[in-house]
Design a protein around this ligand. Structure first.
Ligand code: TYD
Length: 214
């Protein structure tokens, strides 16, 4: 019996305003051009339950959501996403490209909000088991560039985008610390450069990864 080769799991991370949306579409196109079957999805979200939770967490609707409740909602959305979307796709040989995953929880709920990292680690083990991204691209920008780009988008700010500068600095620092701890999985992209330069760096990482995977 032929077993289907498993798909890869790629995540894209970065602070708000790092240029994730533009670059994730670029990554998706690049993978498709190489004949790879790709599923683009996002967190929080990716399922009906996940999108409902996303709306509650990002848009607030005058809800009070304490830090622990927020953490559990992120992982509730993730549990559904993993079982309904991510695992079935990977098993069928599809590559999953996900706009944020658990590194964002370490960065925002632990780094930003100040919850202890072991709470995130405990939930990570419980919800993900062995599942980890094969590759993570971390789009890194300095705070002022990120904030200027967020302002340019000119859409209303969500609960995370409206946080103070100190929160955003902690999010960035936590992301960079994760990259130091997982140098084989997380590739830091200097996203403060102009788009063509950012995409040149992304291509280098992708080409290397695809070559080793196919
Ligand atoms: P984002 O991915 O930036 O979407 P958009 O580009 O449409 O604004 O929005 C998701 C927000 O959710 C972002 O501010 C980070 C936050 N978030 C967490 O705080 N923890 C998490 O675990 C995840 C996945 C996201």
């Amino acid at each position: 019996m032929n077993s289907v080769q498993k798909g890869k799991f790629i995540t894209v991370e970065g602070q708000d305003g790092a240029g994730k949306t533009t670059n994730i579409e670029f990554i998706c196109d690049q993978l498709k051009q190489r004949g790879i079957d790709v599923l683009l999805t996002r967190e929080p979200g990716g399922t009906k339950l996940g999108e409902e939770l996303r709306d509650l967490m990002l848009n607030g609707h005058d809800l009070r959501i304490n830090d622990m409740a927020e953490l559990l909602m992120m992982f509730a959305a993730r549990a559904q996403h993993i079982s309904e979307v991510i695992k079935p796709a990977i098993s069928a040989g599809t590559w999953v490209l996900c706009d944020r995953f658990t590194d964002a929880t370490f960065a925002y709920q632990s780094g930003g909000r100040g919850l202890p990292p072991h709470s995130v680690e405990t939930l990570q083990r419980l919800v993900q088991g062995e599942l980890q991204p094969d590759l993570t691209l971390l789009l890194d920008v300095d705070l002022s560039t990120g904030q200027a780009r967020s302002r340019q988008r000119n859409s209303g700010q969500d609960r995370f985008e409206s946080e103070q500068t100190a929160f955003k600095q902690r999010v960035r620092d936590a992301y960079l610390e994760l990259a130091r701890r997982h140098p084989n999985r997380i590739c830091v992209i200097d996203a403060s450069l102009k788009l063509s330069e950012v995409q040149k760096q992304i291509l280098q990482v992708l080409n290397r990864f695809v070559e080793s995977a196919l």
